[in-house]
Design a protein. Structure first.
Lengths: 275, 131, 90
C-alpha cells in the first residue's frame, strides 16, 4: 500500500462523514417540533381510555403501555424473543464457567477476603430491600401510571448486582438466585406471556371469534369477552397487568443470570485462561 | 425576538446530536480496542433514540401521554389530545432500548470469550489469528 | 413533566444538557483508560436521562436509567476487569 493511499482513504472517510452529518442535519431540521400531532398519535391518545367508544379502547389511561401490549403487541412479543435469545447465547458462551469454583471460594472465605467493608454491607442491606420493593410497585401499576414490565425488571436487576459486589456470589446463591432457579423463573415468565397472548388464537382456531393478543372484546369478534378491565374497585387493564407481571419476572431473572455468570473472581478467571 | 432565539436553539440541539453521532462513528471505526468500540456503539444507539423522541415532541406542552383520571369526560379527552406529546415514538424507543441492551450484553460476552481464546483485544489482530 | 415555572426555560435546559452530553461523549471516546471511559459514558447517559425528562417521556426514563447507568457500566467494568485496562497507544 503506497503512503498516499492511506491519506486518500482518510480524506474520503472524512468527506463522507461530513456529507452524512449535513444530510441528517438538513433532514432533521425540517421536523422542528410542531404544534400539531400526527393523526396516528391522535387516534391512540383519543381511544386508549374512551368509555364512550368501547369498540376501540384498550382500558388503560397510560397510552404508551396500551400501545406496547395491546395495539402493537406483536412488536413486543418479538422483542421479548430477541432478549430471550441473547440470554441463551450468553449462557451458552459461558457454560464452562462453573468448573471447580466452590473450592476456590471456600479458600477465599477462610482468608476473609470476599466482599467489601462493613459500611458498604449495611447500606447494601437497606438499599437491596428498597430496590426490590420499588421494582415490584412499578411492575404492578404499569397500566395506570408510567412504568411496566421492562422498567421494573431492569430496576430489579440492580439489586443482585449490588449484593454480588458487596457480599459475594455465594451469598446471592444462598438467597435462592442460582443459575438454574433463574432459568426456571425466566421460563415461567415466558410461558405466561405465551399463554396470555395465544389463548385467543387457540380459541380462534377452535371456531370462537378472536385474534392473537386480543385484550378487550371487539364488535367484529363478539364471542370472546376479553380479559376483565375491572374487578370491583380494582382497575386491571385487561391483559396488560398480566403481561407486565410476566415481563417483570422474565427480564429481572434474565439480567440476574447474566450477572451471576460474569461474577467470576479475577484470579480464578486468569487461571482458567492459562490452562 | 424570543421566538427566533428558541428556534435557533432547536436547530443548535439538532446540530449537537449530529455531532455526537459523528464522534460515535469515529469511535467505532478508528479505535482498535473492542471495549472502546462497544462504548461508542452504545453512544450511537442512544443518540438515535434521542432523535426519535425529539421528533415526537409537541411544542409548548409539558404533559406526558398519561391520562390522569380513570373515568374521563369528553372534555377531559379533548383536552388530553390537545396537550399531550406524541406516544408513538416513545413506544418504539422502549423496544429499541431493550433490543440494543440485549445485543450489547452478548457483545460483551463475546469480547471476553475472544480475549480468552486469543489473549488480545485489538480488533485487527483477532480476525487474523487462526485456530 | 417539568413544573410550570420552568417552561419558559425549556430550550435553554435542553441545550445545556445536550452540550454536556456531547462533551462527556467526546472525552469518553478519546480516553485511553477504559475504566474512566466507562464512567464518562455513564455520565453521558445521565445527561440523556435529563433530556428525556425535559421532553416528557417518563416511561423511557424508567427504562433508560437502570439500563444505561446500571447495566451498561457494570458490563463494561466486568469486561475491563477480565481483560486489559489500558488501550494500546498510537
Amino acid at each position: 500500500m503506497r503512503p498516499w493511499m492511506a491519506a486518500a482513504t482518510k480524506a474520503c472517510a472524512l468527506v463522507l462523514l461530513i456529507a452524512l452529518c449535513v444530510a441528517i442535519l438538513l433532514g432533521a431540521t425540517a421536523h422542528t417540533p410542531s404544534l400539531e400531532l400526527r393523526p396516528l398519535a391522535e387516534f391512540y391518545l383519543e381511544n386508549c381510555l374512551n368509555p364512550y367508544d368501547k369498540a376501540k379502547w384498550a382500558a388503560s389511561p397510560e397510552a404508551v403501555t396500551a400501545m406496547l401490549w395491546d395495539y402493537r403487541g406483536l412488536d413486543t412479543v418479538f422483542e421479548t424473543t430477541v432478549f430471550f435469545l441473547a440470554i441463551i447465547g450468553s449462557v451458552a458462551l459461558f457454560r464452562f464457567a462453573e468448573v471447580s469454583l466452590a473450592s476456590y471460594e471456600s479458600k477465599l472465605r477462610e482468608r476473609r477476603e470476599e466482599g467489601l467493608s462493613i459500611i458498604v454491607r449495611v447500606v447494601t442491606r437497606i438499599v437491596f430491600v428498597l430496590i426490590v420493593a420499588l421494582s415490584a410497585a412499578i411492575a404492578l401499576h404499569g397500566h395506570l401510571t408510567p412504568g411496566g414490565g421492562f422498567q421494573a425488571g431492569s430496576i430489579f436487576a440492580v439489586a443482585p448486582l449490588l449484593a454480588i459486589a458487596a457480599f459475594s456470589r455465594r451469598f446471592v446463591e444462598g438467597l435462592g438466585l442460582t443459575k438454574n432457579s433463574c432459568l426456571a423463573i425466566r421460563t415461567t415468565g415466558l410461558l405466561f406471556i405465551a399463554l396470555v397472548a395465544l389463548i385467543p388464537l387457540a380459541l380462534a382456531l377452535a371456531g370462537v371469534g378472536a385474534f392473537i393478543i386480543q385484550n378487550q372484546s371487539k364488535p367484529w369478534t363478539p364471542e370472546f369477552p376479553g380479559y376483565p378491565a375491572q374487578l370491583g374497585p380494582v382497575w386491571l387493564a385487561g391483559s396488560l397487568i398480566l403481561f407486565n407481571v410476566a415481563e417483570f419476572l422474565t427480564v429481572g431473572s434474565g439480567f440476574t443470570l447474566l450477572f451471576l455468570l460474569l461474577a467470576l473472581p479475577e484470579d480464578f478467571f486468569r487461571r482458567l485462561v492459562k490452562r | 425576538m424570543m421566538e427566533y432565539f428558541a428556534q435557533a436553539l432547536w436547530i443548535y440541539m439538532y446540530a449537537v446530536l449530529v455531532a455526537i453521532v459523528a464522534v460515535a462513528i469515529y469511535g467505532v471505526v478508528a479505535r482498535p480496542n473492542i471495549v472502546k468500540k462497544i462504548i461508542a456503539l452504545t453512544i450511537l444507539a442512544d443518540t438515535a433514540n434521542t432523535f426519535m423522541i425529539f421528533i415526537g415532541y409537541r411544542l409548548g406542552s409539558t404533559a406526558p401521554p398519561v391520562l390522569t383520571t380513570l373515568s374521563p369526560s369528553r372534555a377531559d379527552i379533548a383536552g388530553f389530545v390537545a396537550s399531550a406529546v406524541d406516544p408513538v415514538p416513545q413506544c418504539l424507543v422502549i423496544t429499541a432500548i431493550v433490543i440494543n441492551m440485549a445485543v450489547t450484553a452478548l457483545l460483551v460476552f463475546l469480547a471476553i470469550q475472544a480475549y480468552w481464546l486469543h489473549r488480545t483485544l485489538v480488533a485487527g489482530l483477532v480476525s487474523k489469528l487462526r485456530g | 413533566m417539568i413544573p410550570q415555572f420552568l417552561s419558559p426555560f425549556l430550550e435553554l435546559l435542553l441545550a445545556f444538557s445536550l452540550t454536556l452530553a456531547l462533551v462527556l461523549a467526546y472525552f469518553a471516546i478519546v480516553q485511553r483508560d477504559l475504566v474512566k471511559a466507562a464512567v464518562l459514558s455513564a455520565g453521558q447517559s445521565v445527561a440523556y436521562a435529563f433530556t428525556y425528562y425535559l421532553l416528557a417521556a417518563p416511561d423511557i426514563l424508567f427504562a433508560y436509567i437502570p439500563i444505561a447507568v446500571g447495566i451498561y457500566t457494570v458490563l463494561l467494568l466486568y469486561a475491563v476487569s477480565k481483560t486489559e485496562r489500558f488501550e494500546e497507544g498510537g
